[in-house]
Structures are given as structure tokens and as C-alpha cells.
Design a protein around this ligand. Sequence first.
Ligand SMILES: *[C@@H]1O[C@H](CO)[C@@H](O)[C@H](O)[C@H]1NC(C)=O
Ligand SMILES: *[C@@H]1O[C@H](CO)[C@@H](O)[C@H](O)[C@H]1NC(C)=O
Ligand SMILES: *[C@@H]1O[C@H](CO)[C@@H](O)[C@H](O)[C@H]1NC(C)=O
Ligand SMILES: *[C@@H]1O[C@H](CO)[C@@H](O)[C@H](O)[C@H]1NC(C)=O
Ligand SMILES: *[C@@H]1O[C@H](CO)[C@@H](O)[C@H](O)[C@H]1NC(C)=O
Length: 544
Amino acid sequence: MMMGKSSLLASFLSLLLLLSSCVVGENPYKFFTWNVTSGDIWPLGVKQQGILINGQFPGPLIDAVTNDNIIINVYNSLPEPFLISWNGIQQRRNSWEDGVYGTNCPIPPGGNFTYVMQMKDQIGSYFYFPSLAFHKAAGGFGGIRILSRPLIPVPFRPPADDYTLLIGDWFKANHTDLRYLLDSGRDLPFPDGLLINGRGQYGNTFTVEQGKTYRFRISNVGLATALNVRIQGHTMLLVEVEGSHTLQNTYSSFDLHLGQSCSFLVTADQPPMDYLIAVSTRFTSTVLSTTAVFRYSNSGGKSAGPPPGGPTIEIDWSLNQARSIRWNLTASGPRPNPQGSYHYGLVNTTRTIRLANSAPVINGKQRYAVNSVSFIPADTPLKVADFYNIQGVFTLGSIQDNPTYGPGYLQTSVMVSNMRDYVEIIFENGEDTVQSWHIDGYSFWVVGLDGGQWTPASRDGYNLRDAVARCTVQVYPKSWSAIYMPLDNVGMWNIRSENWARQYLGQQFYLRVYSPANSWRDENPIPRNALLCGRASGRRTRPL
Ligand SMILES: *[C@@H]1O[C@H](CO)[C@@H](O)[C@H](O)[C@H]1NC(C)=O
Ligand SMILES: *[C@@H]1O[C@H](CO)[C@@H](O)[C@H](O)[C@H]1NC(C)=O
Ligand SMILES: *[C@@H]1O[C@H](CO)[C@@H](O)[C@H](O)[C@H]1NC(C)=O
Ligand SMILES: *[C@@H]1O[C@H](CO)[C@@H](O)[C@H](O)[C@H]1NC(C)=O
Ligand SMILES: *[C@@H]1O[C@H](CO)[C@@H](O)[C@H](O)[C@H]1NC(C)=O
């Protein structure tokens, strides 16, 4: 058959495309070796055993550029099994590197595992954390920043410096004592204090030069509380939320829910003094707070007055602020792309999933649940059991698409879905505490948040134009939050509460995104170095 000129051209172009997709391997490789140990830390003035990475608490910053290959050989020198997970890193086609117990066998004490990850099509601010056994209460977390590639325009001028602030609540009790409380059916006590980059009051100083503009990347890495952040005498220009360039709105103070990250630009445009960066708890009857110093290099001394106050209980204030976070439609940057349209609001969703959280008592113990199921880990990582087709580890469809409002029960819950589904998920919070939900492997659009009970009529108020795409969303007390998410990433993905006691006691499950093609184009094969455990012990990672 003769080929017309245009189809010749088309096959030439597709050959070019094929070639260019083969050179993905040319993206830089960055190698890290991490030694995870326990060591003395004094974050609140009391000596504690912290989890250190290469002797540091918090751990080292991962400084990456879009599409970088990040190779991290993690040596576990703790006396317990250990895993690190990467909050917000999408691990495209590669849930094998996600580092949660549903996807990876723990690194045994004295063992090591090399994570091989690509920062595929991502920019923005994220963090990593230890995912097993309440280790997060002992540290082991650190920042991740992904810069745009050199020729990609960024919607603001390069800042004079780029600071990472990991903020979070902290307990004086260690992670084994906290875990003991939870295992015995009790709740966590109220946290003892707040930390900024692992230190308490006045523990950090960020030095700025008069007239210059700085980027502050802030993540809430805490266990239990939403936080508000502000800088005395200065405004904060929001520019990025978990990988989305936002409309550049100015805020005098900003709420960060558990597990969320964002970036602000702050200009040193005030008289040269020492100012305070203040962080305090939100929606709590007792308010914890801490400060760091924002110091002009030519500072004439301490700025007068107390640390700037922030909101405490005001929920409507927070809700309105959340709605003001919009996507800058004209700014460049990678973003999810349902059915190749780039118009998330014009594509019909194919499935609606409603998820209601609850706090049931099961077998006399406090648990947390979603659609009445309180997740319990299996004896083998779900992804590994799935790969080797090991029966009896979990049951597909073991969590419903809608709330049942029935009594809570324990189950290794896995929801099934097909690649290319475009789902609407509504998080429904009938409790009187604020929730924070995270989805691994994805970025989703937050199309709506409101008080009361969600109904189909609530869709009339969705933002189908410039909602922000992110990976963690809050749900206010007795309220709902709705997201749209294209299921374009095959794998086994953790959907969890970022409130760590709730996560630990069952407010999580896995979403198995499936492709019938079963091809390496849709999902990477099991890594050669994958650790095998449980009922997969002794298998080969690459069958002959
Ligand atoms: C990790 O650190 C510990 C304590 O300093 C040391 O004994 C051990 O040899 C280190 N391991 C590696 C792989 O560097
Ligand atoms: C452990 O580290 C060694 C090099 O120090 C490496 O050869 C090996 O592949 C690592 N093991 C895993 C499971 O990544
Ligand atoms: C959106 O991004 C564009 C393009 O980079 C930039 O010029 C503009 O200032 C941004 N608009 C807002 C409102 O943030
Ligand atoms: C935690 O503290 C308890 C005492 O409250 C102690 O017995 C235990 O060894 C500590 N665990 C760790 C990991 O430091
Ligand atoms: C979405 O669904 C509506 C109603 O079923 C239909 O009229 C419309 O054509 C659909 N839009 C797209 C883009 O498929």
C-alpha cells in the first residue's frame, strides 16, 4: 500500500516521538547514601531518642529538578524494620518505590534498600517521612524540592534564596510509648509543643537582605494538628501548592493542614530588624505556638511587640482561605491531564466515590475507619501479593464506594479501579474534628469544600475552572471536600488520613489502579532489588 505524504510525515513524527521518549534515560541521576540511626535530640529541651538520617534531624533536603532520577540507598541501622515514603512524589507507573507497607517489604534492621525514583513531570514542594510503626513521631523526615527545568518559565523572578520550613507538633513521649497507647486502645495526648526544622522556640534564624525576595517552602510534617503560619510585619505571597503554581494572592497568615506543603515569596521590605515567624495550632482549645527569627542582615535589633497572633477556632475563615487558593491558568508547570484535554472541568467523571470517616470502638479499642472499614495491615505487602498472585492476603472490593454508616469492622481494605477512569471523590466528615486526606501516586483537583452534608446538588457549586491540583486536602468538621482525579497511574496506592493516630488505627485503605493490558508501558515490572517478605519470601524478583 502506498503511503500518502501526510501519513509518511505522521510516521516520521511518531518515530521522532518514540526516539525522544527513549532518551528519558538521559535525565540526570543523583545518588544518595543514607544511614538511618537513632540518636539523642533535644527538640523541646528534653533529651529524646530521635531518628536521624546521616546524623541529621530533620533529614537532608532532596534538591531535585523535574525528571531527575533520584537513587537513594537507605541503610537501616535502627533495631526495628524501617521504610521511608515520599509525600507527593507520584512514582509514575512505579508504586514499587512508594515506601509504604502496602507496597514495600520493610528494610530489616541492619539491611539496606535502594529506592530508584524519577521526579517525572513534577515541580514543587514535598517531604519524605518514615512510614512504619509511628516512627514519624521520632523524626526521620525531611524536605523535597523539585525545581523547574532551566528553560521552563516560572511565574515569578528567581528568589534570592529558597528556605525549607518543616513545621509540626511534637510529643515528649517517644514513638514506642505513643504506639503503646494506641495499641492499647487509647488516644494520643495533646502534643507538648511545636517544632520548626526540628527545633523549638527561637531555634532557627533565617537571614534576609533588605529589598530582596525569598521563597519559603513550608510543610506540615506533624502528627495531630493543623497549623497557622505568619511573619511579623510582612505579607506572604502564595506561589505554589504541592506542585501547582497558584494565583499569587497575598496572605497575612496561612493555614497548613497535616501533610500539606506550599511556597510563599516574602520580600524584606520593612525597616531592618529581627522579626518573628510564628506558627500556632488551629482548631484546638489549647493553643500551642512557636517562633523562628526572620533577621535582616543589617538588623537594628528586635522588632517591638509580641509575636503576631493568628486565628484559633475560626472555621469559616479557614474555609474561605482554602477557596481563595486557585490555579494560575496561564502559568507553566506540569499538571494532571484527564483524557488529554487539560480541561479537568469539561470532562465527565466516570465514577463517584464517597468516603466517610468515623471513630468506631472495635473489640473494646478506639479505632478509626472509612466507610466503616478500619484498615489492618496484611502479612505481605499488597502490591507484592498482587504481583505474585498470592491469594488470601487481601480481597478486592473490600471497601464500598459509599458510606454504609454501619458498625465499624477490621479489614485489609482494597478498592479496585480501572486505569483511565476519571473519578469524583467526596470526603465526608460527620465528626467534629478537622480531617486531612492524602492520596499517594496522584495529584487531584480540589473542586469543592463546604459545610454540611454533600448531596448531588452540591456539584452546582464546584469550581470547574481554576481549582488547584494537589495531593492532600483538608475536610472541615461536619463538612465535605470534593476532588476530581484521573486514574492515569497504574499501581497500588495508599489513601490515608494524615492525622497519624487515625492513619495508624485504620483510617486508610489502598486503591488498586489496574490496566488490563498488563504491559510495561502502563506499569514498571517489580524492581530487581525488591525486598521480599511474608508469603512472598524466597520468590524471585525477575522470574525466568
Ligand atoms: C551507620 O551509622 C552507625 C552509627 O554511626 C555506624 O555504626 C554504621 O557503620 C553506619 N552504617 C553505614 C552503612 O554507614
Ligand atoms: C545495598 O547496598 C549495596 C551497596 O552498598 C547494593 O549493592 C545493594 O544493591 C543494596 N541492596 C538493595 C536491596 O538495594
Ligand atoms: C500567572 O502566571 C503568569 C505567567 O507566568 C504571570 O505573569 C502572572 O502574574 C500570574 N498571575 C497571577 C494572578 O498570579
Ligand atoms: C521510650 O521510652 C521508654 C520509657 O518511657 C523506654 O522504656 C523506651 O526504651 C524508649 N524507647 C525508645 C525507642 O527510645
Ligand atoms: C457529559 O455528559 C453530558 C450528560 O450526560 C453530555 O451531554 C455531555 O456531552 C458529556 N460531555 C462530554 C465532554 O463527554
